[in-house]
Design a protein around this ligand. Structure first.
Ligand code: BG6
Length: 515
């Protein structure tokens, strides 16, 4: 009987990318910004869960790099407290003890060259003692303003280049720029030090289980792809809703807003997976080439089109789950006259043969009635002969639920039992929870594993990010730099967003789905 260990899955270069199980290689992961929220809530719990599932390489260590003085022990204690709260599978004391013994803390400012020299020495020592073979994954979990200094110092001590067949990679967190020029500048800073091949730009939506399933759904089911075009599809809705407000992130959000924070990256990434052509192979670049073509085909909007086809909204005071909540303008460290949008809805055209005349409606809002993300593909109606002559027949809708309740459903028409001919829509439903009986891993688990395996399929390539910004910048410019900026629409917290967003679809004889 053959047994399988985490590091012995054969890799066939022709089957890399989404088709193969990622094979992480022995490595040291260095987290810059180790005292930050992301480390405690997402990164360490994700690594622990990978370990608990037997997916980590046997030779593996984490080094947390941050300013404050701390001992390894102190750092480990803090991590444990938070991991107990945030780990998807809880914490098993024995597994945790073995996992945490491989986590170290390294105190240094980001500017101090000596700190990087000491880091290099520590990494060499760990390579020798634990067999990590000189492989290094640097995770920049810091504000983009810190990127240049960290990258420069890594280069100064030679940590950006790998020795003897080993690798050195960098993972960068969002926000990846705030417009096209800043994204280009940031890309230059990163790519001056790490090649594009070694650069992994995180978009955690790509790591979500159902997002990964979009390509599988489309390209492995004979009944789907033949219908996936303007001949059969009426329109597509991509919606994200959150009951949360901006919480403690007022200062960041004031420079960002919903369009930059959620749509430029997460929701447009989902859109590309829905709209792309089949890639020629399942390699990272073949897939991302197709996504880039979609980004390039997004029809640029003139200021008049922005005024007509984009709605920006902001939450006013209201109630969520029976509790009163304050308006965005009253949030901590938010300008009381802020024009920042906490909601945006857009009608997007994709100028390709496949999608000619099929609008993609995309919306996202904070402080909405419910938390959910979904993609709904609405098909065209059947011709109005036969059944639909006397009764109204609704369209088929294929809904891909990204979260919560991950799954896919198809709305079809059925005859209601009885002697009369009553037609009613019913749902065929696939739910991950019931079909597979296993909770999906968190997005960060998959993404960290992929980065350790050298698979960049689920990371945003430089040209994806820049083309997305080119599209978004025109909207931001129309909002902020035109003589007659479109108004900001207010909506009560706990609602489904501003009325203007409903009008956007109503004008086209359509309506948003209730999620
Ligand atoms: C982040 C945004 O990228 O994604 C947040 O900055 C947002 O504002 C979050 O709340 C949503 O992620 P998720 O996985 O909870 O849907």
């Amino acid at each position: 009987m053959s047994t399988s260990t985490p590091t012995d899955h054969p890799t066939n270069p022709l089957r890399e990318g989404l088709s193969a199980r990622p094979t992480p290689q022995p490595c040291n992961v260095v987290i810059f910004g180790a005292s930050g929220d992301l480390t405690f809530r997402k990164l360490i719990p994700a690594l622990y869960n990978l370990g608990a599932d037997g997916d980590l390489p046997t030779a593996f260590n984490v080094i947390g790099f941050a300013r404050r003085e701390k001992t390894d022990e102190g750092f480990r204690k803090e991590l444990e407290e938070q991991a107990r709260k945030y780990s998807r599978q809880g914490i098993n004391d024995e597994l945790w003890a073995s996992f945490v013994s491989r986590i170290y803390y390294h105190a240094s400012t980001f500017e101090n060259l000596e700190g990087y020299k000491a880091l290099a020495a520590k990494l060499d020592a760990l390579d020798a003692s634990s067999g990590t073979k000189g492989n290094r994954l640097f995770y920049l979990s810091v504000a983009p303003s810190e990127f240049p200094v960290i990258l420069q110092k890594l280069a100064d001590v030679g940590l950006n280049t790998a020795k003897d067949g080993a690798w050195a990679r960098v993972i960068v967190e969002k926000p990846f720029g705030k417009d096209l020029p800043s994204a280009q500048a940031l890309n230059k800073v990163v790519n001056d030090v790490f090649s594009e091949k070694e650069t992994y730009r995180i978009d955690h939506y790509l790591g979500k289980e159902t997002a990964q399933n979009i390509m599988v759904l489309r390209f492995t089911n004979a009944i789907i792809e033949p219908l996936w075009n303007s001949r059969y599809i009426d329109h597509v809705q991509i919606s994200g809703a959150e009951p949360l407000g901006v919480e403690q992130r007022g200062p960041y959000y004031e420079t960002s807003g919903a369009l930059r924070d959620m749509i430029q990256n997460h929701l447009l990434q989902l859109l590309t997976l829905v709209a792309m052509e089949p890639p020629v192979e399942l390699t990272a670049d073949a897939i991302r080439d197709e996504k880039v073509k979609v980004f390039k085909s997004l029809r640029p909007m003139s200021p008049e089109e922005v005024a007509r086809d984009v709605v920006r909204g902001q939450y006013a005071a209201g109630a969520i789950g029976g509790k009163d909540v304050i308006a965005y303008r009253a949030e901590d460290r938010v300008n009381p006259e802020s024009m920042t949008e906490t909601y945006a809805a857009l009608k997007i055209h994709i100028d390709t043969w496949r999608w000619a005349g099929v609008p993609f409606y995309v919306r996202f809002g904070k402080r909405l009635a419910k938390g959910a993300t979904e993609i709904a593909i609405q098909f065209k109606n059947v011709p109005t002969v036969l059944f639909s002559r006397d009764v109204e027949i609704g369209p088929n809708v294929l809904v891909i639920r990204i979260q919560p309740d991950e799954g896919i459903s198809l709305r079809i028409q059925a005859k209601r039992p009885g002697t009369a001919l009553d037609i009613q829509p019913v749902k065929m439903d696939f739910a991950y929870g019931t079909s597979f009986g296993k909770a999906s891993p968190e997005a960060y688990e998959r993404l960290l594993l992929d980065a350790m395996a050298g698979d960049a399929t689920l990371f945003a390539r430089r040209d994806e990010v820049e083309n997305a910004w080119a599209f978004i910048d025109r909207i931001e410019n129309a909002w902020h730099h035109s003589d007659t900026p479109p108004p900001l629409a207010f909506y009560p917290a706990g609602s489904w967003g501003p009325k203007e967003a409903d009008d956007l679809l109503e004008r086209d004889g359509r309506a948003w789905r209730r999620m």
